[in-house]
Design a protein around this ligand. Structure first.
Ligand SMILES: Cc1ncc(COP(=O)(O)O)c(C=O)c1O
Length: 376
């Protein structure tokens, strides 16, 4: 008998996990009949770049036309910003598209993709979905163990994924450690350095990634407009990589991958220095408040270089998140990312964070009074 379509799906695809997005706020509000605060997807709580939105509105009426499929103006602008060639810039449908395309170019049966445990799940998905075997190196104190990752590289390792700063732990590695690590990576292994949260990093010794790219072309740096520029819904990001790699990724991408509206918004957002500065400053102040307040309430935050805080909450982390949700605050339990005892809190506005603290205080007080909940 002929096979069904379901039976034709390859085994490596059946085994792939589904990406679990944060709960949509409307769903929670409808279910619980409350006004909710969403602090679960590391979005920018101050909104999109106003300059970006103004530019987007201006081109909205051109939507009957296809956009510039080669994203020339934006590539030229980004190239000038980083002092690289426009041929070394790839504009993607979010940086997510680049995570996948890099693996599509380089992986196949018999190849290995390496990443860390406790990092952004789409890295592993990209490796496995493109026929490679994935290897995970354990973390050390919620940070990448770069020396161990260097040890794990073999001559079949074609691609390495690193997020710096990392999601979900919020930690970052410095330039010296990264350069030492790179000295162990041969020219036939691509290092994908995902810098989605780079604007929020405070440690003074962050790697000078673009300088390093100029010296070694087996580096692909990923940036996004989803975080500090506040345009996650526009779906636009970019990569800085070797012209040959960019050219190969261009052959695989869907034509017109990035809308004209998103391109116009990104072009203008790059000049919105005031918005970027405000977002970084507000994030720094509120991140500190969250870190201090959750510690005061008895949980254990990890120092963050991002727009979220990773918090150790013990075996009841998931139950705490569920009760927090009933109080109208959506945060992310991290069991699905390999941390069953941790919670990730995205930094919100001052008002949202105030609500977060009041709700957490209530949840923890209630739990103290209800020992039966701790048995769950
Ligand atoms: C480490 C990391 N890389 C990439 C992305 C995806 O970003 P984009 O919206 O540009 O696809 C995220 C999103 O949260 C992320 O945390």
């Amino acid at each position: 008998m002929a096979k069904t379509i379901e039976e034709l799906i390859p085994d490596y695809l059946r085994g792939l996990p589904v990406y679990v997005p944060g709960k949509p706020i409307e769903e929670v509000e409808r279910e619980l009949k409350i006004h909710a605060v969403k602090l679960a997807s590391n979005e920018n709580p101050l909104g999109p770049s106003p300059k970006g939105m103004e530019a987007a509105r201006k081109v909205l009426n051109d939507s009957n036309r296809y956009p510039d499929g080669g994203t020339l103006r934006l590539r030229e602008k980004i190239a000038a910003l980083h002092e690289v060639s426009p041929d070394e810039i790839f504009i993607g449908l979010g940086s997510s598209e680049l995570i996948d395309l890099a693996a599509r170019v380089l992986l196949g049966p018999g190849t290995i993709g390496l990443t860390s445990e406790g990092t952004y799940p789409p890295f592993s998905t990209a490796i496995r979905a493109n026929g490679g075997a994935v290897e995970h190196v354990p973390m050390c104190a919620f940070a990448y163990d770069l020396p161990e990752m260097a040890h794990a590289i073999t001559n079949t390792t074609r691609i390495l994924y690193l997020a710096n700063p990392n999601n979900p732990t919020g930690t970052a590695f410095g330039g010296e450690d990264f350069e030492r690590f790179l000295s162990h990576v041969a020219s036939d292994t691509l290092v994908v350095l995902d810098e989605a949260y780079i604007h929020y990093a405070e440690r003074p010794d962050m790697p000078q990634s673009v300088e390093l790219f100029r010296e070694r072309k087996n580096l692909l740096i990923l940036r996004t407009f989803s975080k500090v520029y506040g345009m996650a819904g526009m779906r636009i990001g970019y990569g800085i990589g070797a012209a040959a790699l960019v050219s190969a990724m261009n052959k695989l991408r869907t034509p017109f991958n990035v809308s004209g509206v998103a391109q116009a918004a990104a072009l203008a957002a790059l000049d919105d220095h005031e918005h970027v500065k405000q977002c970084i400053e507000a994030n720094r102040a509120e991140r500190r408040r969250i870190t201090e307040e959750v510690a005061r309430l008895g949980l254990k935050p990890v120092k963050s270089e991002t727009n979220f805080v990773f918090v150790e909450a013990g075996p009841e982390a998931k139950a705490i998140c569920e009760e927090w949700l009933r109080e109208g605050v959506i945060v992310r339990p991290l069991g699905w990312m390999g941390f069953p005892e941790a919670i990730r809190i995205s930094v919100g506005t001052k008002e949202e964070n105030d609500k977060l603290f009041v709700a957490l205080g209530r949840v923890l007080a209630k739990r103290k009074g209800k020992p039966e909940l701790t048995a769950r």
